[in-house]
Structures are given as C-alpha cells and as structure tokens.
Design a protein around this ligand. Structure first.
Ligand code: PHE
Length: 348
C-alpha cells in the first residue's frame, strides 16, 4: 500500500502556490474534484478485498481530511490577505485635517439690505417694528384716508383673503407697510394717554408686502420699509435731513443727490416721491425713484388717536428690493426670488 503523505504534501504546496481564490479552486479540483487524485484513490477501493478496503479507506479519508484542512486554511489566508489589501486601500488618515462642509449658506441679499436699513435707522434713534402681513381693510385703506372706491382697493392691485373681519370686510395681504403707521402710533398714543407730554414716534417697519404685479422690476411679493416720525415739532425739513443721512449711509457715499418730486398719496399731504441720483459710478446722472413720502394727513393722525392740531409728522415708504438692486447692481428683481444658489452665493 503506497503512502499518501507525499500526496498530502503535494496538495499543501499546490494550495500555497495559489494566490487568488480562483487558482485555489482549480487546485482543489486536482485533488478533490470528480477526477481528482483523492477521488481516483477512492474509486480504486472497489477492487480491494473487504479488509484491505477498510484499512485503505481509512488512510484515504485521513489524507482527504488533511487536504481539506489545508484547503480551508489557505482559503482563510487568501480571504484575510484580500481584506488587508482592501483595508489598506481604503485606509483613513485620521490625522488629516477635516473636510469643511460647503459654504453652509448665508444671508439673502434682501435680508442684508434690511439689516443695513435697521442698523442705520437704529443709530438715528428709530425703533424697528414688525406687523401683520394679513391686514384688515381698515388698517390697509380706511385708516389711511383712502376713499371707499379708491383704485388701490381693487382686485387688480390687492390680493384678498377669503376671510371677513368683524366688520364684514375681506382681509387683504397688505399692499404696503403703511398700515403699521396707524397700528404703531395707536399703541404709542394709548401708552402715553393722559400724560402731559408724549415722546416722539420714531419707527421703521420693514417687511413683506403684496400686490398683483409681476415683471422684471415688480414681484407679487416684495419688501418695503415704512418710516414714521410724529411729534409736536417735526417738519418736512426733518424728513429731508434724515432721509439724506440714511441714503448716504446705505450707499456709503456722499456723492449723491436727493430730489423731492410732488406726488399724491391719500394718507399724506403734501406728498412727494423721493428720487436719488449718483454723481459717480455706473448709475451716474440718472434720477432713480426710491420712496414715497409726505406729511401725515390730519385724518390719519386722528385715526392714530392723536390730535392733528398738536401732532404733525411725516412718513415714507421705500422699496427694500429696489434699494438692494441699486446697491448690488442687479437689473432683474426676479433674481432675488428664484433661489438660484449661483446668484445667492455671491453675497456671502
Ligand atoms: N405706501 C406708499 C406706497 O406703497 C408709500 C408711502 C408711504 C407714501 C408713506 C407716503 C408715505 O406706495
């Protein structure tokens, strides 16, 4: 009976040679496959006597087990090697500096402009107030001296909400920030009611406003900042001085001119559009409208709960989007509201 240990040795060496799983499977077939060397030995058993068959069979099985053990050991070794190479190629250098997340966002140019406006008026002693975007007919129109049939109330200009207020009038999406003139002044007047004197009302109200309007310079949702200054000694001169100071601070230049052009608003008398003109730069020499303004109408002062014989003042309403467009040199208002990151990221 020939010794099987050389065959086992041979198989071991053969398996060691295999460096890839496929090679190893081929090597396995040479010993354990259908025509493999061990299989061949087992087939040959049939020709032996029962006793020899038993002894020989035990030897072959022992050899087979050794070969299988060698095969499994090699399989594990190859899998382990493969894992090691994979780990090496995917290794993380934990000592490298961390990757930063994308720029992470920033303030919208309109928000930047609004914050600038708030800071400038804040430094001039103005309060900053906020008001409802869904308004009543009274605050948006009636309290502001709008006659019942004024075109501003029409569906062509104002968005209405399908909800009625206590007086049976539909609510509206405020078409301007002016309703806050009356809301703010009423609260102020109530607070100082019965006292000998009342501090001046000095407030700005930046916020969203809505009108049925849409083109390169108009958006159905836009932003205004209302300004109101009311006291016993306030005049149009104060408006001019204050607005010039604001606009110079906003554009960071004294090289611009201001012009008050007669206009009409039901809630101011007299009324004026405020135009500005840059004396330098790309917009040089052109008058640009930036605000409505005027002395608050006595009827409006009365609706504020104040005596128009004693209190006078002025109001203005400027377009924040318009100011931002001029400051950043943007010609199409819609760019502000499209949400294109390539546009927005430039401001941060
Ligand atoms: N509310 C006016 C508008 O939206 C602007 C304005 C405000 C005019 C205050 C005068 C005084 O056009």
């Amino acid at each position: 009976m020939n010794d099987l240990s050389p065959l086992v040795q041979e198989a071991r060496a053969d398996f060691e040679q295999a460096t890839a799983p496929a090679d190893l499977e081929n090597a396995k077939a040479r010993y354990l496959g259908k025509t493999g060397r061990i299989t061949e030995q087992l087939k040959a058993l049939g020709a032996l006597s029962p006793d020899d068959k038993k002894a020989r069979g035990a030897l072959i099985n022992a050899a087979k087990q050794q070969i299988e053990a060698a095969l499994n050991a090699r399989r594990d070794a190859l899998a382990d090697a493969e894992l090691q190479t994979q780990l090496k190629s995917e290794a993380l250098d934990v000592t490298l500096p961390g990757r930063k997340r994308g720029a992470g966002g920033g303030l919208h140019p309109i928000s930047r402009a609004r914050e600038r406006i708030e800071a400038i008026f804040g430094s001039m002693g103005f309060d900053v107030a906020d008001g409802p975007e869904i308004e009543t007919d009274w605050y948006s129109f009636t309290a502001l001296n709008n006659p019942e049939n004024h075109p501003a109330r029409s569906m062509q200009d104002t968005f209405y909400v399908d909800i009625k207020d206590a007086h049976g009038a539909y609510l509206n999406l405020r078409p301007h920030t002016s309703p806050m003139q009356v809301r703010y002044a009423q609260a102020h007047a109530r607070r100082y009611a019965g006292q000998a004197t009342m501090p001046d009302i000095r407030v700005i109200v930046p916020g969203r406003t809505y009108r049925v309007d849409s083109d390169a310079t108009h958006s159905p949702m836009f932003h205004q900042v209302e300004g109101l200054w009311i006291g016993e000694n306030v005049s149009f001169k104060d408006l001019k001085v204050m607005y010039l100071e604001f606009i110079q601070a906003f554009f960071e230049t004294t090289e611009l001119k201001l012009r008050f052009r007669p206009s009409y608003f039901p809630f101011t008398e007299p009324s004026a559009e405020i135009d500005i003109m840059f004396e330098r730069g790309p917009l040089e020499g052109r008058w640009l409208e930036v605000s409505g303004s005027g002395q608050v109408h006595p009827n409006v002062v009365r609706n504020m709960g104040l005596d128009p014989e004693r209190y006078v003042g002025f109001a203005f309403g400027s377009g924040i989007d318009r100011l931002a467009m001029l400051r950043y040199g943007i010609s199409d208002l819609r760019a502000f509201f499209e949400g294109d990151l390539r546009f927005l990221a430039q401001f941060n």
